[in-house]
Design a binder for this molecule. Structure first.
Ligand code: NAD
Length: 479
């Protein structure tokens, strides 16, 4: 049994009251690790440590901070395989993805953040008159709390902590209770990487330790990647203190295929690159609404069905596996409940709907859901409006550009969208008119560093970047 501890003030410690939570391997349903069940006392201790470290860390020249961040990049390179295996065991995302995609990208991300430490201290100068100079200073907020979900813990940890630290904040990371192990292991690896209190990691339930962190008067900035409901709860909890917030939340992204598209590319782009992924569609940007131009409806449904039939659900640590399980019993219930909802709503099932041991008999305790496709013409159904967060998609036909756009934008969410077309004018119109934080044209799920990634509407606002973790001060100097 692996036992993990929190990182607070440069020390690895259990929860203040000694309580733990079981971490379940979703491929087997068995407990494989224990993590601290942090509470208010742990939140208070982490905030005290982060506040104590803040003057030293923020007072350090930016290039000094950058040196610390580069050391983290090295840790990612040296421990990539170990971290990938822990994360795959903990949340079921296939090793092929964690090892080959996520971890190599992390070393790169910490290097980029190190390179941007100087951007965080750049300001403007404005000549206000012959004897008057205006200037701006960018300053870190202070203590930044970064709350992350379970679907890509190490990646989300990095996307927040690297930039917040580069900007001069001290940081407290709160990983998700369903999958904290890879982030807590990182805490062990980084225990001596920073001066005590600069980086803290506290695990536990959202309401037990996340909520006290958000409410704490010693916390100056909160960034959440998670569900819209948690974003709303955090907004309410931090309202009295008017805390600046960054929210990367849920989605119900449309992926629109026109008849003039490269249908081979589109068929991959709406399936294995989007919603039938290595982590079973538990992807915030999953294109879970597939909008298909009526002239190619039959052909696309055939192609999607063929690709889905080759998805291999099995042990996620096996490099031949292409789709893993759903992360937890709770999430499994949620995803499977939508199979019943779809049936009640009258959507037609094209394929899938199989769950549990029926899908992977060799691992009967795992939370398995086979790739599933429904069709409907009614975008108001719950399966078209609510985030399912599993390998369950719905295909909707359309006849005109206007109709496609209207269906795509008929959503409370606005995280991402895909458009498959060879018509350049149409591509530009859809980039302009789709209500989403990202639009992909003839590709899907690319999130290169250097471009902002965030949502609009119920998908949140702001995005993780070095300037998001700074505020601006103005000065006027009269000579
Ligand atoms: P969640 O909102 O339930 O939990 C996210 C984190 O918030 C966890 O660490 C949880 O413990 C914490 N939390 C919960 N309640 C809290 C509270 N009251 N106060 C403080 N913290 C609290 O989300 P989840 O189920 O872990 O993750 C899935 C969701 O995350 C999906 O909606 C998905 O779309 C979204 N997501 C978004 C992005 C993005 O970049 N937009 C990326 C990945 C996942």
């Amino acid at each position: 049994m692996n036992e993990y501890r929190n990182l607070i003030g440069g020390r690895l410690v259990p929860a203040a009251d000694g309580r733990t939570l079981d971490s379940v391997n979703p491929a087997t349903g068995e407990v494989w690790a224990r993590i601290p069940a942090g509470g208010k006392a742990d939140a208070d201790a982490a905030v005290a440590a982060a506040r104590e470290a803040f003057p030293m860390w923020s007072g350090m020249p930016a290039l000094g901070r950058a040196r610390f961040l580069r050391q983290v990049a090295e840790v990612f390179t040296r421990h990539a395989e170990e971290l990938a295996r822990i994360e795959t065991t903990d949340n079921g995302r296939i090793l092929r993805d964690t090892l080959k995609k996520d971890l190599p990208g992390m070393a790169h991300l910490w290097q980029i953040a190190a390179g941007q430490a100087l951007d965080a201290v750049k300001g403007d100068t404005v000549i206000l008159g012959p004897d008057s100079l205006g200037l701006t200073r960018r300053e870190p907020y202070g203590v930044a709390v970064c709350i992350i979900p379970w679907n890509s813990p190490v990646s989300t940890f990095s996307a927040k902590a690297a930039y917040a630290l580069a900007a001069g904040n001290t940081v407290i990371v709160k990983p998700a209770e369903q999958a904290s192990a890879s982030v807590l292991r990182l805490g062990e690896l980084l225990v001596e990487a920073f001066p005590p209190g600069v980086l803290n990691i506290v695990s536990g339930l959202g309401e037990d330790v996340g909520d006290p962190l958000v409410r704490h008067r010693g916390v100056n900035k909160v960034s959440l990647t998670g569900s819209t409901q948690t974003g709303q709860a955090i907004t309410r909890a931090s309202a009295d203190a008017l805390k600046p917030l960054t929210f990367e939340l849920g989605g119900k992204s449309p992926n629109i295929v026109f008849a003039d598209a490269d249908l081979d590319a589109a068929a991959r782009g709406v399936t294995v690159d989007s919603v039938y992924t290595g982590n079973a569609g538990q992807v915030c940007v999953a294109g879970s609404r597939i909008l298909i131009h009526r002239p190619v409806w039959d052909e696309m449904i055939e192609r999607i069905t063929a690709i889905a039939s080759h998805v291999t659900l099995a042990d996620p640590l096996d490099m031949a596996t292409t789709m893993g399980p759903i992360v937890s019993a709770g999430q499994y219930e949620r995803v499977t409940s939508y199979l019943e909802i779809a049936e009640k709503e009258g959507a037609e099932m094209v394929f899938g709907g199989r769950t549990g041991a029926e899908v992977v008999p060799s691992l009967p305790g795992g939370y398995w859901v086979a790739p599933t496709l429904f069709t409907t013409s009614d975008n108001s159904l719950r399966i078209c409006q609510e985030e399912i967060f599993g390998p369950v998609a719905v295909a909707i036909p359309f006849d005109t550009d206007e109709e496609a756009l209207a269906i795509a934008n008929d959503s409370a969410y606005g995280l991402a969208a895909g458009v498959w077309t060879r018509d350049l004018g149409r591509a530009h119109r859809f980039v302009r008119d789709l209500q989403s934080g990202t639009v992909w044209v003839n590709t899907f799920r690319q999130m290169p560093p250097g471009l902002p990634f965030g949502g609009i509407k119920d998908s949140g606002y702001g995005h993780d970047a070095v300037l998001e973790y700074t505020r601006e001060k103005a000065a006027i100097i009269q000579t």
